[in-house]
Every structure is written in structure tokens, then in C-alpha cells.
Design a protein around this ligand. Structure first.
Ligand SMILES: Cc1ncc(COP(=O)(O)O)c(C=O)c1O
Length: 355
């Protein structure tokens, strides 16, 4: 990969010129049928409903997943059937012998395309539907130039993870026989999150104009405050996330009215520049190893994922923070897989590209 000499400013997004014309997610996905939700988990519930997943049905999903996804299964009364992933996060199960499920989740981890052939073979045998979980991969494409989230029966997007928004997620339908079955769009509703978002955006813009040092100071204060309140500088895992869907259900009107907090092309460039910088810099400053060895054309990364041994963690966290980057553990694994999972599942760290 080419060496990057410029350190991209993680906060530049909040003060960069906005897109002249607000854009709509439907345009991005070629005007396919779309239903909007506040969270990706709501979009998953609707996806399961469309696939006919009901009480005591099975959904095949990766064991390497955040526990919140289980709440969507819980909402329709379904049970998880887990498959494992390789160290490069490629799905690893036998499509000829894995027990049948009503639906299977193919996750484009961190915006990198998941190979779908294994899922297609499984579905051919069992009649399951493929839901492409593209919560991380807005703007991303595969090597054939296909937008992630549009390559299988349906795609789930969590827009709020890539774009500064109060909330916002989408379910995209990619097969015409489902068009009429898609539920009516629930009303868009401004909630407390919209009010807080406006406030946060002003604060981010203000802090951003003073550079990374002031942002670091604010983060440090927030961490000290959290430490005093809950005894930890970062939010604690909550087992209830496996059964409770987040509120509100309705998507923010900002998504309906046109998104103007980032420009798709500028955001693509910003994310790829951050990724290339970190790929080179982390490799030079630590023994940590990348999850993906390349950044293929078309991929718009969610963040920079890498594998870090426990001994190196404090050091790399400190170095990254000095440069203005945070580093989080991903995912908060479901309780059922925590103990039995391969050790690298717990060693993946992610540098998020949104503060
Ligand atoms: C891979 C994946 N899918 C789905 C979701 C659910 O998205 P949301 O948090 O918007 O409900 C998440 C959340 O972290 C996720 O990481």
C-alpha cells in the first residue's frame, strides 16, 4: 500500500464544506425500495419478518457479532445458529452440512465485502434468504463495483454509523417479489436524539476548530466523569442489549429531508486516507497486525480494525490518543459465544472514523 505522509485530521469532517445539495440514500442505492428505521436493529426485525422468520425459527449468523443484533432475533422469537469466521473475517462454515435456517446474515465487517458464494450455496440447499448486514459499509463496493448491501435478497444499513446523524438506518430490498410485502414506512419523528444531535454538532464544530488537542481534553474529561459515575471510562457491556431494542423506532426527519452532514465522495476520500495512514503508522509503531492486509478499490472503511495482543494494548492506545485517535474493542460479543470463541475475536481493536 502507498505510504501516506499526511496525517488526516479526524475532526475535519465537522468543519469541511457541506455538500451543496443534500442527498438521499435512495439515490445511492439506485432507487430500490427502502424502508427507514432509527437503528439497524429495527431494519433487521423487518428483514426477518419479510423472510418469514417467526417464533422458534432459526437464523444463521456469525458468532463474531455485537450482542445487540440478538435483540432483533428476540423481537421475532427466533433463535441464533452460529457460524465462525476466519482471522480475515471471512465466513467459515460448511454450506453442505450446516443445519437449515430461515435466514442467514452475511456481514460486511468494517465496510469490507464479505464473499457471498458460501452463503449462496447454503441458501440453494436450504431455501434460506440472505440478509446482507451492511451496517458498517455505507458507500462501499465490492471488486465488481457492486454496492455492498445490494448484492443479496436484502441489505441492512446503519447510516448513523458512517454519517453524523441523530439516528438512521435502512432496509433495502433487492428482489422484486418482496417489493409489495415491505411494510409501510413508519412516520419519521424528531426525538430527543435530534435535539442532542444539533447540540453535539455545534460542540464538535467548535472543538474541531481548535484542533485535536482540545478534542483530546474533552474526551479525557468525559472519561473521568464516566469513571466516577459508573466505575469505568468506557460504557459497560449490558446483557439486556441481547433482548431489548433501542428507542425510538422512528427515523430522524433529517434522513427524509436530505443528508447534508457529509458529501459521499469527500467522505469516501477522508475514510480511505485515514485508513491508509493508520495502516502504515500502526504497523510502524507496534507489533499489532491488520485484520485486512489491503484496502481494495471501492472499499470505504468504517474504521481501522487491527489485532492487538493484551501486552501491547496500553501502549498503542496511548500512542493513538496522542495523535487524536480513539481505539475501541469490537464487538461486545453475545454471552453465549464469549467463552468458546477463538482468541482473536477478543483481540480486535477498532479506530473509529467518527468522534
Ligand atoms: C454488524 C452490525 N450489524 C448491525 C448492527 C446494528 O446496528 P444499530 O446499532 O444501528 O442498531 C450493528 C451495531 O453495532 C453491527 O455492528
Amino acid at each position: 500500500m502507498p505510504r501516506q505522509n499526511i496525517i488526516p485530521d479526524i475532526l475535519s469532517i465537522y468543519n469541511s464544506p457541506k455538500s451543496k445539495r443534500p442527498w438521499h440514500f435512495e439515490e445511492l442505492v439506485g432507487r430500490r425500495p427502502v424502508n427507514y428505521f432509527a437503528f439497524g436493529r429495527g431494519a433487521l426485525v423487518e428483514a426477518f419478518r419479510l423472510c418469514g422468520v417467526g417464533q422458534d425459527d432459526k437464523v444463521l449468523l456469525p458468532a463474531y457479532i455485537c450482542r445487540g443484533v440478538l435483540a432483533s432475533l428476540h423481537a421475532v422469537g427466533a433463535h441464533p445458529l452460529y457460524y465462525q469466521v476466519e482471522r480475515n473475517l471471512k465466513a467459515a462454515f460448511n454450506p453442505n452440512s450446516t443445519p437449515p435456517a430461515k435466514a442467514v446474515l452475511a456481514v460486511n465487517y468494517f465496510g469490507f465485502p464479505q464473499h457471498l458464494d458460501i452463503f449462496e450455496r447454503y441458501c440453494k440447499r436450504t431455501g434460506a434468504f440472505i440478509i446482507e448486514d451492511n451496517a458498517h459499509g455505507l458507500f462501499s463496493m465490492d471488486e465488481e463495483g457492486r454496492m455492498l448491501g445490494t448484492r443479496s435478497d436484502m441489505g441492512v444499513f446503519s447510516l448513523r454509523k458512517t454519517i453524523p446523524l441523530p439516528n438512521g438506518a435502512a432496509l433495502v430490498i433487492n428482489r422484486s417479489d418482496f417489493n409489495d410485502k415491505l411494510a409501510k414506512q413508519k412516520p419519521f419523528e424528531a426525538s430527543r436524539a435530534d435535539f442532542l444531535f444539533t447540540l453535539k454538532q455545534s460542540v464538535r464544530r467548535f472543538i474541531g476548530s481548535f484542533g485535536v488537542q482540545s478534542a483530546r481534553a474533552v474526551i479525557s474529561i468525559l472519561r473521568i466523569r464516566r469513571q466516577m459515575m459508573i466505575g469505568s471510562p468506557i460504557p459497560l457491556p449490558d446483557p439486556d442489549d441481547e433482548v431489548v431494542l433501542p428507542e425510538p423506532a422512528g427515523c430522524s426527519p433529517l434522513v427524509r429531508d436530505g443528508i447534508n452532514t457529509v458529501h459521499p465522495r469527500l467522505e469516501t476520500d477522508r475514510r480511505r486516507a485515514l485508513y491508509l495512514f493508520l495502516h502504515e503508522w500502526i504497523g510502524r509503531h507496534s507489533k499489532c497486525t491488520p485484520v485486512f492486509k489491503d484496502l481494495p478499490d471501492g472499499v470505504v472503511p468504517y474504521g481501522y480494525p487491527f489485532i492487538c495482543e493484551p501486552d501491547d494494548l496500553k501502549n498503542i492506545e496511548r500512542l493513538l490518543f496522542r495523535k487524536g485517535f480513539l481505539c475501541i474493542s469490537w464487538p461486545d460479543l453475545p454471552d453465549a459465544v464469549k467463552e468458546s470463541s477463538p482468541s482473536f475475536y477478543k483481540k480486535v481493536r477498532l479506530v473509529p472514523f467518527l468522534w
